[in-house]
Design a protein around this ligand. Structure first.
Ligand code: AHR
Length: 346
């Protein structure tokens, strides 16, 4: 596949507009992946295939697993692509190495789900010099020149955090606890990742509106279940009066629930501690049905088809929306979760 002409890309990248994509979990099922892993090039001849290098964050959560699967099932040879997939194990330096390797391999497109928001200018300049368009997926990058990437598609993390705060206010009010002093802790995501920055900010916006809400502590659980459990164990040792735990993803919430139970406390709608998470993965529905988790705020991981649509538009010489937010919902134990769960795609 011949390399895109820089001037065309630059022209396309000029399009700065906002767009909303439907969420709905509607990724079409696709054949099993035939792509390479760990940054290794697939063995078959690329021929007329469009070569895409995907610098993935890691495999830290159920959400991430669903996101990887979405890319692998979309960017198949049957669909006209050769995917070079790299798992950075949550390390920015690994992602930078992967991007440089994609440049060396002269891929047609580079897709990045950046671990953190800052520190990308140099490597994106290198991609630009090589004439390779960069598409951002899931998390954002802070760069001085937004022409360094063609488009971004992902969730509105600030809005997710605000929705969580608004849900909590309504929930406490409905419980007759609207004026009670409420002690909270937050298990944050990877510090500096868009999902952490946005959710902390969004929830903080609502926290600021409630004088009776007290945030006792915030620590990172790195978006993993094991670290979520570890952090919650330490919170429970330091504070004996926690009312609410905000977990910045569902996997951290599962770890927090294990820690709460191990400490002899209860959680969920009938328990001592209110626990909420983000992502709305299937296991979060199971946890709510089991009465452990109170609510989960959706973050849609099915970006493979969305990125493919961007690439197809670029291939056709069409313009693309620079910033593409995905619609997202939330789910709590007041809903008919048993009916909703079977239709969830992740
Ligand atoms: O950037 C999206 C976040 O990353 C998801 O909430 C989390 O589960 C993942 O690790």
């Amino acid at each position: 596949m011949k390399k895109k002409v820089l001037s065309i890309i630059a022209m396309l990248a000029m399009t700065v507009s906002m767009a909303a994509c439907g969420s709905g979990g509607g990724e079409a099922p696709a054949p099993a992946p035939t792509d390479g892993e760990g940054g290794e090039e697939v063995s078959s001849d690329a021929g007329d295939l469009i070569t895409v290098g995907y610098a993935q964050v890691g495999a830290e959560s159920d959400w991430r697993t669903a996101n990887t699967e979405s890319f692998k099932s979309t960017f198949t040879e049957e669909n006209g692509y050769k995917l070079i997939f790299d798992d950075a194990q949550q390390k920015q330096e690994n992602q930078i190495k992967a991007i440089r390797s994609f440049i060396q391999q002269d891929v047609d497109y580079i897709v990045v789900a950046p671990v953190v928001e800052t520190g990308w200018e140099t490597v994106l300049e290198e991609a630009k010099e090589a004439g390779i368009p960069v598409i951002l997926s899931d998390r954002m990058m802070q760069v001085s020149d937004d022409e360094l990437y063609v488009a971004w598609v992902g969730g509105n993390f600030v809005k997710e955090g605000e929705t969580c705060g608004e849900w909590l206010a309504d929930y406490l009010e409905a419980q007759g606890r609207g004026s009670e002093e409420i002690n909270m802790v937050t298990i944050q995501g990877t510090i500096g990742a868009s999902a952490q920055v946005g959710r902390t900010e969004g929830f903080g916006n609502i926290l600021a509106q409630h004088d009776n809400w007290k945030m006792l502590d915030m620590q990172s659980g790195e978006f993993t279940q094991s670290k979520g459990q570890e952090v919650m164990e330490s919170f429970l040792k330091s504070y004996d009066d926690i009312d609410v735990v905000i977990c910045e993803n569902d996997n951290e919430a599962f770890g927090a629930i294990d820690a709460i139970k191990a400490a002899g406390k209860t959680c969920g709608p009938n328990g001592d501690i209110i626990v909420v998470g983000f992502d709305s993965v299937k296991a979060a529905f199971e946890s709510m049905i089991a009465g452990d988790l109170n609510a989960t705020f959706e973050c849609n991981p099915l970006h493979g088809p969305r990125v493919a649509e961007i690439i197809q538009k670029l291939e056709a010489g069409e313009s693309v929306d620079k910033i593409q937010y995905v619609d997202e919902a939330y789910f709590d134990t007041s809903m008919d979760l048993e009916t909703i769960l079977p239709d969830r795609a992740y």
